[in-house]
Structure formats: C-alpha cells, structure tokens
Ligand binder design. Structure first.
Ligand SMILES: [Fe+2]
Length: 296
C-alpha cells in the first residue's frame, strides 16, 4: 500500500490519500495509520463512505469503543455507541432552538478533548460527514504537544504535578446550561486527570486540558481556574490551530490525548449538519488511575 500524506499545518495535521478506510483494513495499513496519527495527531481523509455499521467496525480496528453521552438521546443512529454530532432529531428534522439536546450540545463549540470527563478518557475520535451546511460548521484543532513545548520553564514547573478535575456539567455550565436531573448528574461524576501527560505513541509531553476541566486539585478554585485559563489561552493561539472545513464524505481522525477541538458556529436552525463519530478509549488512563477497570 502506498499512503500519501501531506502535512497541512507547520506543526501537525495531515491529509491522507491513497486509501479507502474500511473495517477490512489490513494490520499493516492500520499500523501505518497509527504511526501517522502519532506523528500528526490529525488525519483527514476525503471521499470516504461509511454507513453506521462500517463506521463502528472501522473504529474497532483502532481500539476499544468509548460509549458516548447522548443527552436525552433519540436513537437516530443505528448503534448507541456512535455519537450523533448533528442538529437533527430522530425523524431527521432540524431541532428547535430550545431543544434540550441542542442546548446541551452547544458546548461542543468550546475547546475540549472528547470524553475527558470520563475516568477512561477518549483516545482517537473518528468523525464522518454525511451532510454539511453550505457555510460555517468548521472544526478547529489545537496541538497540545506543540503548546507544551512552547511553555516557558516557569510555567512547566508550576504545572508539572498538577491534576485537574473534569466534569461535563462544568463545560455546559460555562454556557449557562444546567438542566440536568439527579439521575443524569449521577451518570457523570467528576474525574481527575494529570494536566501534563506523556503521549504514549510519540513519547512527547502534552498538555491535557479543555472546557470540561473545572479546576486544579489541591489549589484554591480561583487559582486553579486562572491557571487553566492561562494554559487554554496559550494552547489555542493561532500558531497552534488548524481549521478543517468539511466536505461531504470527509472522515477526520484526531488524537484526543494531545489535541483540543471545537466546532464552529453555523446556522443550525436553518441548515442540516449530520456528522457521526466513533471514539476509542485511552486505556493508558488506567496507568494514571490504577483502580480503573477498562470497559469491555
Ligand atoms: Fe468533541
């Protein structure tokens, strides 16, 4: 096989051609793609085709699948483990402005790492575009390894041993949305992750941040929030950011262990946007939290 890889940003992100992704990838192809992911963190494939079965089965080639948190899901997709990144209800119709699932999902427009609010956080996300709006709705990515490299020594020392508490209710709360009952809250307890981690595939140090990160353990809340805000502002400077403008048939794989991403605004009351995602689990999280048992 001859993969063709074109780097799109001076630091990370690459377009891959010469391959049709599918569940029947050979082990050699999967290994080659893993190497590329470890190097570039973001891989973009055009002109792909997946139904829900194929997307899920392709995701399984890359790891253990992380269950999404679909807020009051309408089961529009064939498999519950696929994340419905759309503005559509179970009938395929546009959600209304006051739709609770829409309001919950607006926080996807804040910088985040998928499933950082889980004890076993997200490793790779694979997002496939069925329908894209005529304008807006880009996805931006930030390179957290490069951001770490660019920190001054003082700040590196300050954050070296810190852990942050992550909660999806925190990221939603940043936008003023808190319409969750006790049962829903109990499903998403706060979790802790190190602020700096070694990326297993590249052995490079990376920040681990995002809008789910509420505060720093063992620091007063305001100190921790200021520190996280400083790191987020640093990491999302333009020189660390790549913007992807979606085309129907695009599949983007990103590494949640060393990147942040956010969706950009589009007119979701007017235009349909139907993207579907599968995310694998970062089982190295267990190294940080030995008491965890990986989900099957
Ligand atoms: Fe996301």
């Amino acid at each position: 096989m001859s993969l063709s890889i074109k780097q799109l940003h001076p630091l990370f992100a690459a377009e891959v051609s010469g391959i049709k992704l599918s569940p029947s990838l050979s082990d050699a192809q999967a290994a080659e793609l893993h190497d590329a992911i470890n190097q570039y963190a973001i891989l973009i494939f055009h002109d792909q085709h997946f139904d829900d079965d194929e997307l899920l089965d392709t995701g399984k080639r890359f790891g253990s699948i992380a269950p999404p948190r679909n807020h009051r899901s309408g089961d529009r997709l064939k498999h519950a483990v696929l994340a419905d990144i759309s503005n559509l209800d179970q009938n395929g119709e546009l959600r209304k402005r006051d739709d609770t699932r829409r309001l919950d999902g607006l926080a996807n427009q804040l910088w985040h790492s998928d499933a950082s609010f889980r004890p076993i956080s997200g490793e790779l996300s694979m997002l496939y575009a069925h329908v894209v709006p005529p304008e807006g709705g880009d996805t931006q990515f930030a390179d957290l390894r490069a951001a770490y490299d660019a920190l001054d020594d003082d700040l590196r020392t300050i954050i070296a041993d810190h852990w942050a508490e992550h909660s999806i209710l925190h990221s939603r709360g940043l936008l003023g949305y808190s319409d969750y009952n006790e049962a829903e809250r109990s499903l998403v307890p706060e979790v802790r992750h190190p602020v700096v981690r070694t990326h297993p595939g590249s052995k490079r140090q990376s920040l681990y941040l995002g809008s789910h990160a509420s505060h720093i353990i063992d620091l007063p809340i305001p100190d921790g929030r200021l520190l996280l805000r400083e790191l987020m502002e640093h990491a999302t400077q333009q020189q660390f950011v790549h913007t992807h403008s979606w085309r129907k048939g695009d599949l983007v794989i990103w590494d949640n262990r060393c990147t942040l991403h956010r969706g950009k605004r589009y007119d979701d009351i007017k235009y349909k946007r139907d993207l579907r995602r599968v995310t694998t689990q970062d089982l190295t999280t267990v190294d940080h939290n030995p008491e965890l048992v990986p989900a099957s």
